[in-house]
Design a protein around this ligand. Structure first.
Ligand SMILES: [Zn+2]
Ligand SMILES: [Zn+2]
Length: 242
């Protein structure tokens, strides 16, 4: 197998892993809340209208495209690793388990800040019209819209990975756990259902907050936390619509 074949094979393998993880998380959520949901679950639906099949198909298409783009990031990632100037460490014992847990929390905090500010950026009139509008066409989001981005937004969203791997010491298991958590949290905020059981505190960005962002593009830009929105005056709790 020559280099070209092996690197395409690697891209397909990594993309297939991303797609499988996403289909599992979004698929189970979709089956539970949209296909087999009972009356009890329906009362928790944030927008009472059901999303159209056409919109859901589009959500899946754009999400799969994003995951193929994410998969291609493996070439850059391996190049950086081989160059040896990321802050990667081999054994968890090098920094210990407490740091391993702290590094996970740092990844989430760094990503929350990166997400908030790049999200504000793509709400600039020009960038919104040409890029971010793709995500906002889904005004009644489902778990399938978690990664339904314009390809350029997909590339921009990957920018958090080099920030993490060049700025903090990281172990591969922590990075994989962080990206899996990010995928799950993205599915959660696009769920379209308000689940009190998943509310941990006033600081947390919830499915309801992000659903409102899809209805009113001027508020609630956060991902995991409300902190940046509260600091910048962009947090708003909107009344429910029917
Ligand atoms: Zn969204
Ligand atoms: Zn937005």
């Amino acid at each position: 197998m020559n280099f070209q074949e092996s690197s395409i094979g690697l891209w397909l393998l990594v993309s297939a892993f991303f797609v499988a993880r996403y289909v599992l998380m979004a698929g189970i959520s979709f089956l539970v809340f949209y296909v087999y949901s009972g009356k009890g679950a329906k009362s928790k639906k944030i927008q009472k209208k059901a999303p159209s099949t056409q919109k859901i198909t589009k959500e899946i298409f754009y999400s799969l495209l994003t995951l193929l783009i994410y998969g291609s990031g493996i070439w850059l990632f391996i190049g950086w690793l081989e160059a040896g100037n990321t802050l990667h460490y081999e054994n968890i014992s090098d920094y210990g388990i407490p740091y391993f847990i702290v590094s996970l929390a740092l990844m989430v905090v760094i990503h929350d800040t990166y997400f908030y500010w790049t999200h504000r950026l793509i709400h600039h009139r020009f960038l919104f019209k040409h890029i971010h509008k793709v995500h906002h066409q889904f005004t009644n989001p489902t778990p399938w819209s978690a990664f339904s981005f314009h390809p350029l937004e997909a590339v921009l969203s990957m920018g958090v990975v080099p920030i993490i791997i060049f700025c903090i010491p990281w172990h591969q298991s922590a990075l994989i756990a962080f990206i899996s958590f990010m995928t799950l949290y993205d599915v959660y905020i696009h769920l379209g259902y308000d689940l009190k059981q998943l509310r941990l505190g006033q600081w947390q960005n919830t499915a309801e907050d992000h659903n409102h962002h899809h209805q009113n593009a001027r508020v609630n830009f956060g991902l995991y936390f409300r902190i940046w929105d509260q600091l910048m005056g962009t947090y708003k709790k909107l009344p429910r619509t029917v």
